[in-house]
Design a protein around this ligand. Structure first.
Ligand code: COA
Length: 406
């Protein structure tokens, strides 16, 4: 009997910076009611990078964890795509640095994809399509989402910062997630809701408008996907959304709930109860880390997998990815039927353990130092890497220098 070929995610790993600031600390220092950030935005803490961390080091850490924990043969990686909107160079991709520092084979396509927070989803779909043509050779792809969400001090976006990376192994043995119904439920509109000019290290956002754009794209892609795939609300165990701040996932869920409820003439389960069951379990890591732009959706997925363990085996999930500008996509997937494929390998709780809390002045100081180290002439000799980490050492002769991990 003909068996349908399956492609998708074989492994998932994360990297999260070791420092954080509590949103209550930020609120109190800036004269804001902490309840606005805790309840109004739904966040708790946000990761803060130190000057020796950047999108490259986080991508390297996540990818190395992926390779180690899933026994990946580096010579079998034929494609490495980094989805990011925090590019460190206008020409050289982050993927080149990752490829070099991890010693991947030369016969490997490397490039970055950029479309705000959608970049990694574009990369994942491209990698999935590519692996579906590689069955004979058995080549695999790695997709890495790595980002630092940074807004101006004192801006409305400041409490929605964060940083981190998620690496995904993509291939034809998708023990973690079979990506199904590749129906291209995508939506693009040329909107100015969020952007970062080349001369700026911080993003600019028309915040409330961006939420409108997000919800419009969600409705459009959800309905397109539902019509094309025949999959509806009741088919999903969980619905995962792009999470610029955790409350946004609730707004997104509410939007879909309203659509379904209207179609069923209100004869539909209560909003809060359904949200608590279908989406809230996927938010705990985002609540701790903050916005990770292109990695947010995949951090949510990693958190859900890690917390749910066996309960998630065989579950169908719906994913909504949104990148400002904008491009969005709704897709679905089925989790593998054996949790041992991912249990103990993702490392979200491990990365969050022993984090160092910053006070407001330390947070401001780190921001200043992080800006300064990206300028030419900032290179400083640092202790040699102990093999566990890779450090950004600064810029010399207009080149970024890293203490290599290998
Ligand atoms: N206690 C509890 N809740 C409070 C509160 C308080 N004291 N004060 C305000 N709130 C609630 C508000 O009611 C609102 O909740 P709601 O949206 O459910 O109504 C929420 O906190 C935010 O308040 P708001 O006044 O809208 O905040 P803001 O104008 O300062 O900005 C964002 C909010 C989200 C627009 C802003 O943080 C932002 O721009 N973030 C980035 C958005 C982004 O990443 N977009 C990219 C594409 S997705």
């Amino acid at each position: 009997m003909h068996q349908e070929k399956r492609f998708g995610v074989e492994g998932i790993a994360v990297s999260i910076p070791k420092h954080f600031i509590d949103l209550g600390t930020l609120a109190e220092a800036t004269g804001v009611d902490p309840a606005k950030y805790y309840r109004g935005l739904g966040g708790r803490r946000m990761a803060v990078v130190t000057p020796i961390e950047d999108p490259v080091t986080m991508a390297v850490e996540a990818t190395r964890t992926l390779i180690d924990r899933y026994d990946v043969d580096p010579s079998g990686i034929g494609m490495l795509i980094v989805g990011s909107e925090s590019g460190v160079d206008a020409a050289k991709p982050i993927a080149s640095y990752v490829h070099g520092m991890l010693g991947l084979a030369p016969h490997c396509r490397t490039f970055d994809t950029q479309h705000a927070c959608y970049g990694a989803t574009a990369a994942l779909q491209m990698a999935r399509d590519w692996t579906s043509r590689q069955v004979g050779e058995g080549k695999k792809a790695i997709v890495v989402a790595t980002d630092i969400a940074r807004y101006e001090v004192g801006s409305a976006g400041e409490p929605t910062q964060g940083a981190g990376a998620v690496a995904l192994l993509v291939g034809n043995r998708p023990d973690v997630l079979v990506i199904e119904n590749h129906d291209d439920a995508v939506y693009t509109a040329d909107v100015m809701d969020f952007w970062r000019p080349h001369y700026s290290s911080t993003a600019m956002v028309d915040g409330h408008y961006s939420l409108e754009c997000y919800l419009k794209a969600l409705e459009n892609t959800y309905l397109t996907h539902r019509a094309a795939s025949g999959l509806g609300w009741d088919d999903y165990r969980h619905l995962l959304f792009h999470v610029p701040f955790p409350k946004m996932a609730f707004k997104a869920f509410r939007q879909l709930h309203e659509i379904e409820s209207k179609e069923r003439n209100g004869d539909f389960g209560p909003l809060e109860e359904q949200f608590d069951r279908m989406t809230a379990p996927a938010l705990w890591a985002n609540i701790e880390v903050g916005n990770v732009y292109s990695a947010s959706l995949y951090l949510s997925f990693a958190g859900l997998l890690e917390k749910s363990g066996h309960d998630l085996e065989g579950a169908r999930l719906g994913f909504f990815s949104y990148g400002s500008g904008c491009c969005a996509e709704f897709f679905s997937g089925t989790v593998g039927t054996d949790a041992s494929a991912w249990q103990g390998r993702i490392g979200v709780a491990e990365a969050l353990a022993g984090r160092i809390e910053l006070d407001y002045d330390q947070y401001l100081e780190l921001r200043k130092e992080t800006e300064a180290i990206s300028r030419d002439g900032s290179y400083r000799e640092r202790p040699a890497s102990n093999g566990e980490h890779v450090w950004f050492c600064g810029v010399q002769g207009h080149q970024r220098i890293y203490a290599r991990a290998m």
